[in-house]
Write a protein that binds this ligand. Structure first.
Ligand SMILES: [Zn+2]
Length: 323
């Protein structure tokens, strides 16, 4: 029995699921965990109420094992004002506009609560217990439906004015490129995200590119394209080469600006690592002229789905001195 032991709650709020973990901040060991559906269409208040209920239940279970919750860290998709715990806007959570998530939870639970951006939390998690452990300062890239990013500098997420830092997905890579959802043209996201990869594959197939991929039979997704690339399908190989090259251009730009040497790539599409890392390294060697490419370490994220919760624990433990 760990009488009087401290646990910190880490919450990862996504558009579909909310994951909660209670973690011992000194060891990073998981004490309790639970997840539930967000059902964001009910509005933010209902979601916060569910979260409070879940945290109380976990707190009760942890209490029976001798743990006391000392604070709560929350990672949430969107633009976050972490000073006041506000969710300013969130693409996956309709209606969350200037929503005081942190203050509401803190009042409800009578605990200190801190809120950060979800990708910043993933970066913090990897820094604390994952692929970023020995990297020092690094750029984190989350490859998925979109392309998220974070900067971990001095062991903290550098969020910049208005939480706007680290948006590597909207760095211009192709000046006259396709229009991104953000309004700009040729963003990294239009060249390296899973949704755009699929879109490009379909386009090329319509134009008659020879490939074993078939957009008419079943759903064509990034995973199918990855397997085709691994089997040597030329179109699929070229599509992933484009992903790797575009990532390399963005990474070279960031390294030239910040002088960092580490990059952690995670997210669902990082599973296609073997299909893009070769072209990425090659292009990086060409693009990186002001820093020795041999010193740059590009590594795959290690914590998977747990990174968000663990990073939120790190965020809270760091902020409330709970380590
Ligand atoms: Zn964009």
């Amino acid at each position: 029995m760990n009488q009087g032991a401290v646990a910190v709650a880490g919450v990862d709020i996504g558009g579909t699921n909310i994951k909660v973990a209670l973690v011992d901040p000194t060891s990073g060991r998981l004490v309790e965990r639970q997840s539930f559906k967000t059902m964001a269409e009910r509005g933010p208040e209902a979601v916060v109420q569910d979260l409070s209920v879940c945290l109380r239940e976990l707190s009760r279970r942890a209490g029976a094992r001798g743990f006391r919750i000392a604070g709560v860290g929350v990672g949430c998709a969107g633009i976050i004002d972490s000073r006041y715990g506000l969710v300013l806007t969130s693409p996956n959570l309709p209606g969350w506009v200037r929503f005081p998530l942190g203050p509401l939870l803190a009042t409800d639970l009578q605990l200190p609560v801190t809120v950060g951006n979800d990708v910043d939390c993933i970066g913090c998690g990897e820094y604390w217990l994952g692929a970023g452990r020995d990297l020092g300062d690094f750029l984190g890239i989350a490859l998925g439906t979109g392309v998220g990013g974070c900067l971990i500098i001095g062991g903290r997420a550098w969020s910049g004015a208005g939480g706007s830092a680290g948006e590597v997905g909207h760095m211009t890579i192709e000046p006259g490129g396709e229009r991104c959802l953000c309004g700009n043209r040729g963003c990294l996201e239009t060249l390296a995200s899973a949704s755009w990869l699929v879109r490009r594959a379909k386009e090329q197939l319509r134009r008659g590119s020879p490939s074993r991929l078939d957009a008419t039979r079943g759903a064509l997704d990034a995973e199918t394209i990855y397997h085709a690339a691994m089997d040597g399908d030329r179109l699929a190989v070229e599509l992933f080469a484009q992903v790797g090259k575009s990532l390399a251009i963005a990474i070279a730009n960031v390294i030239h600006l910040l002088g960092i040497r580490g990059v952690v790539i995670g997210g669902g599409s990082a599973q296609a690592w073997e299909a893009f890392i070769g072209p990425l390294q090659e292009e990086l060697t060409r693009r990186l002229t002001m820093a020795p490419v041999a010193e740059v370490r590009i590594v795959r994220a290690e914590l998977g789905d747990d990174a968000g919760c663990l990073g939120a624990v790190y965020l809270a433990s760091d902020q409330f001195d709970l380590f």
